[in-house]
Design a protein around this ligand. Sequence first.
Ligand SMILES: C[S@@+](CC[C@H](N)C(=O)[O-])C[C@H]1O[C@@H](n2cnc3c(N)ncnc32)[C@H](O)[C@@H]1O
Length: 250
Amino acid sequence: MLVSARSFEEYRAMFALTDRDLEQRVLDCPGGAASFVAEAGRRGIDAVAVDRQYAHHREELGLLVERETVFKRELLVRETAGHPWSWYTDVDDMIRQWTANARDFRADITARPERYVAGSLPELPFADDSFDLVLSSHLIFSYGNRLDEEFHRAALLDLARVARREVRLFPLMVYDTGARYPGLERLREELAGLGIPSRVERVRYEFQPGDNEMLVLSCADHRAPARAVRGAAAEDRVRWRHREAVPAGS
Ligand SMILES: C[S@@+](CC[C@H](N)C(=O)[O-])C[C@H]1O[C@@H](n2cnc3c(N)ncnc32)[C@H](O)[C@@H]1O
């Protein structure tokens, strides 16, 4: 699986993020070497990234991604043949943008390590309702040819568990098939039965042709079953602003 490095502006487009959305506490899962959290920090947005790679590669992940992306150029040319290039002009532009984003990621993870948490779906190291808005790009549904439906079910439930308001996921197509993830409607029905309604929304971002929809899970009325959060990584790494806002004694 390629670790990618999309930008804040790509996240804004993929998830139709408004300024109002970004006043909330946000989780990027999986963050990879994306520069979303770095740019969010410069704008005063309270954002955290989690990725399983942060357990093994932290500061050097950005550098690994830069080198790997260039190394895999020929493969990327083959894999992206026929892509609409609505965001990049061509593969070389994509590599240039990802390289710049990965450098930004590297500087930020070094300067603000507490914003990058090592953790794996479907068991994230956060307490229930730790974030208002959870964003998930290019893992769930996207790798539906490698990750089975049980993983998808468990991952969606865990993302909903840590989200106080919403989870937004992009894309809905399995990478390189041109088709939506086959279990999507079945999973949506199951989630609805558990008090997590969802909707599909068109967005102004497209990576594969026709792949321009996100899934939004509404978590406000869902109360996840209590779960013990495991190990040292379980501690909340940042202070929860929305909890601090609750008046003492309430
Ligand atoms: C294609 S990258 C997407 C990164 C970023 N969201 C972006 O769009 O640039 C996929 C990421 O998923 C991470 N990943 C894969 N399986 C995971 C899991 N079970 N839990 C957490 N992260 C995982 C990988 O380490 C990789 O960084």
